[in-house]
Design a protein around this ligand. Structure first.
Ligand SMILES: Cc1cc2nc3c(=O)[nH]c(=O)nc-3n(C[C@H](O)[C@H](O)[C@H](O)COP(=O)(O)OP(=O)(O)OC[C@H]3O[C@@H](n4cnc5c(N)ncnc54)[C@H](O)[C@@H]3O)c2cc1C
Length: 405
């Protein structure tokens, strides 16, 4: 193995970030293997994912946009509605003229299937039921790691795309404690025939804000048979085991969902009456605190996506930001395929580029929430969020005669 050159990459985690990274790397001529802890394919909950112009731009560069457009539903605006059906806010989720893309919603399973089939078409190995456990050794040109079954692999680079509960993160930022926001979301589906909108052009998807809290519901497409909905609760941290136990208590979850029932308008009451109890899923909102490093000392292991910067769902940002991480990192890896002399400098640049993007997102996200709750005076800079072009930024970095760190 030539010093520092990037010949093969182990991707830990076959979620949204891991699959997309494998697609980019295959197209850039780098051998990648995905190791995914789960042996079964479908995720537990397959609700909608909101894709915004910044994420769609990356999917377009990967060649996935057309399929995503066909499977998803355009959602140019997300509405915030009062309990008596007044529009409190309307968030622009992109448009073709200004941002190049209109925001869209797609079921997570459809998005995973699209990426998964693109990975298969490229002949990338996806090894399921294989959980990363720890790094055995890292030098300045390779990394050796072990799985929970004791098997070991050596490769040029290891990327932790292993989500919010990342194990790879233990090596890069040991003992990181997730931060619980105090909010639990309960999600589910309601068959469309039980959704009686107050007027025919009632805007969807909507976050309905009332005295009993907030309910997000609705799809913007007629072909959909069920509407997803989500309610939020203040709740103490039950810890992983406690949440797992709560997840199975369907009747408790239904009772929680219907808290303040009599205060809701009749549309929401109808939705709450008919939510399918076998569709219930919980999502306690945790975030990864700001980390000092996303890469190891020798630059042979790194984390991206939720492993590095999971945030509570404040406007459908997580997957879109993950896609930005992925494309920018893949392009830098490709630049070090046959000459790794600038790898460390480029990786350091990537880390600070992505960390400063996350600083901006942490400032923006609460403004999105405030606006959703009707605070019109709160200004959120969506152009900053949507306009990023990571390919252009990486190109600029690579064209510097001496790599900027
Ligand atoms: C209910 C819900 C709704 C959301 N809605 C939106 C939205 O509308 N818009 C948006 O942009 N974002 C949304 N997000 C956030 C988005 O899903 C995440 O930001 C995104 O999935 C992060 O991708 P990732 O690849 O980093 O992690 P993940 O997609 O979580 O993938 C991590 C993968 O790693 C695997 N793994 C974990 N540990 C190991 C191990 N030790 N070894 C091997 N594999 C391992 C996991 O099984 C998993 O498959 C939502 C999240 C949730 C939960």
């Amino acid at each position: 193995m030539a010093k520092n050159n990037i010949e093969d990459v182990a991707i830990i985690g076959g979620g949204l970030g891991g699959l997309l990274l494998a697609i980019f790397l295959a197209d850039l001529g780098i051998k990648a293997t995905i190791y995914e802890a789960r042996s079964e394919k479908p995720p537990v909950y397959s609700g909608p994912v909101m894709l915004l112009p910044n994420g769609l731009r990356v999917l377009d560069r990967a060649g996935a946009y057309q399929q995503v457009l066909e499977k998803g539903s355009l959602a140019p605006r997300n509405y915030s509605m009062s309990n008596d059906h007044e529009v409190l806010d309307c968030r622009e989720c992109g448009d073709r003229d200004t941002f190049g893309y209109v925001g869209l919603r797609i079921y997570r399973q459809d998005l995973v299937d699209i990426l998964d089939s693109m990975v298969c078409e490229r002949g990338v190995a996806v090894i399921r039921g294989k959980a990363f456990d720890h790094i055995v050794e890292e030098t300045d040109n390779h990394v050796t790691f072990a799985f929970s079954d004791g098997d070991m692999v050596t490769c040029s680079l290891l990327v932790g795309a292993d989500g919010i509960h990342s194990t790879v993160r233990e090596y890069i930022a040991p003992n990181t404690e997730l931060v619980y926001s105090g909010i639990l979301s309960i999600l589910g589906f309601v068959p469309k025939q039980y959704v009686h909108l107050p007027y025919p052009d009632y805007p969807l998807p909507a976050a309905v804000v009332g005295p009993a809290g907030m309910i997000l519901f609705g799809w913007s497409d007629d072909k959909v048979e069920e509407y997803p909905l989500a309610t939020n609760y203040k709740m103490e941290d039950l810890g992983r085991r406690g949440w797992q136990a709560l997840r199975k208590e369907t009747s408790t979850l239904l009772t929680m969902m219907r808290k303040g029932y009599e205060q809701w308008n009749s549309t929401i009451q109808g939705v709450l009456d008919h939510v399918r109890d076998d569709s219930l899923f919980i999502w306690p909102f945790y975030s990864v605190p700001k980390l000092a490093q996303w890469r190891s000392a020798n630059g042979r292991a790194m984390i991206l996506g939720d492993a590095a910067h999971a945030i509570p769902p404040q406007g459908g940002l997580g997957a879109n930001l993950t896609f930005e991480d992925v494309q920018s990192l893949a392009l830098l890896m490709a630049a070090s395929k046959t000459d790794g002399s600038r790898w460390m400098a480029n990786l350091n640049w990537w880390q600070s580029y992505r960390m400063s993007r996350m600083d901006g997102v942490r400032e923006l996200a609460p403004k999105i929430v405030n606006r959703r709750q009707g605070q019109q005076e709160c200004v959120a800079d969506y152009a900053w969020l949507y306009n990023i072009d990571v390919a252009r930024d990486v190109k600029e970095q690579l064209s510097e005669p001496t790599a900027k760190e």
